[in-house]
Design a protein around this ligand. Structure first.
Ligand SMILES: C[S@@+](CC[C@H](N)C(=O)[O-])C[C@H]1O[C@@H](n2cnc3c(N)ncnc32)[C@H](O)[C@@H]1O
Length: 264
């Protein structure tokens, strides 16, 4: 396994964790969750036939493979710190000519300034040890007017409105020691500090967003009705928990989009 030497021990352990997962990553139980996020990010960047697109921490390159027919005359590049993930990505995209993969850290991208129309990061930004440096690198390789689109765990919605990202840090640090999930506000600040403009935020899965909200609303309605029919307090609490279960991982991912200013 090839881990570039600039990383700290926590980051190395995190990369080892992902490398062990590389072979089965696309088939695993989290596939649906990650693929939902890919779909929303691809919709947000709206790839055009000649676009140059970079996916940072691309894993097995699944999102890039989905973008390949859309940016069919462009350049698609993926980087990841895990050589095993990149190996899988290369094998799975062997037939796609305009797709390239590199083993690289997010904070030292192997590309010239102003190369890409869009840069994406999906399900990975919370693992980056130096997040301001990573976003500075992303801005460097973006063309003026280019778009950065990061989908990550932010934990911002009911029923965990407070510090859901911090809860996620505790949960995931059991598996991967390098974890720092940002809140929605922290993402906006990071983008502004990096000089990005026209910042927007969207839930990373519209469908689960709606579904979770309906189940939670049904739970709340039962709890209120429990004033008259007390047995509804129990079913209401269970429905609320179910809504939380559906919604927590899905609702708490946010896509933050920003643009590099056009040159004056
Ligand atoms: C949960 S996976 C997400 C992969 C892919 N983006 C997806 O959505 O399926 C996180 C990925 O981030 C990569 N990663 C973690 N820290 C990184 C860093 N500092 N630079 C580049 N890649 C990193 C890991 O190797 C892993 O492949």
């Amino acid at each position: 396994m090839n881990v570039p030497a600039t990383t700290g021990a926590k980051q190395e352990k995190t990369i080892e964790y992902f490398s062990r997962w590389a072979k089965t990553y696309d088939e695993g139980p989290l596939k649906r969750w990650f693929t939902t996020v890919h779909r929303e990010v691809i919709r947000a960047i709206d790839p055009q036939p000649n676009d140059a697109i970079l996916d940072v921490a691309c894993g097995t390159g699944k999102a890039l493979r989905a973008m390949a027919p859309l940016a069919h005359s462009g350049r698609l590049a993926g980087v990841d710190m895990s050589a095993d993930m990149i190996e899988e990505a290369r094998q799975r995209a062997a037939e796609i000519d305009h797709l390239e993969f590199h083993v690289s850290s997010a904070d030292q991208l192997p590309f010239d300034d102003a190369t890409f129309n869009s840069v994406t990061v999906m399900n990975a930004f919370h693992h980056f040890p130096d997040q301001p440096k990573a976003i500075a690198e992303i801005v460097r390789v973006l063309k003026p007017g280019g778009r950065v689109c990061i989908a990550d765990m932010t934990g911002h919605v009911l029923p965990f409105p407070i510090a859901g990202n911090k809860a996620w840090n505790v949960i995931e640090s059991v598996l991967t020691p390098q974890v720092n999930a940002l809140s929605r506000r922290e993402f906006r600040e990071l983008y502004r500090d990096a000089g990005l403009e026209r910042i927007e935020q969207l839930p990373a899965s519209q469908a689960y967003h709606r579904c979770g909200r309906y189940v939670i609303a049904a739970g709340v309605a039962q709890l209120i009705s429990g004033i008259w029919w007390p047995w509804l307090l129990a079913t209401g609490a269970l429905t609320l928990l179910l809504g939380a279960g559906i919604s927590f991982p899905y609702l708490s991912k946010t896509i933050t989009i920003g643009r590099k200013p056009e040159e004056p």
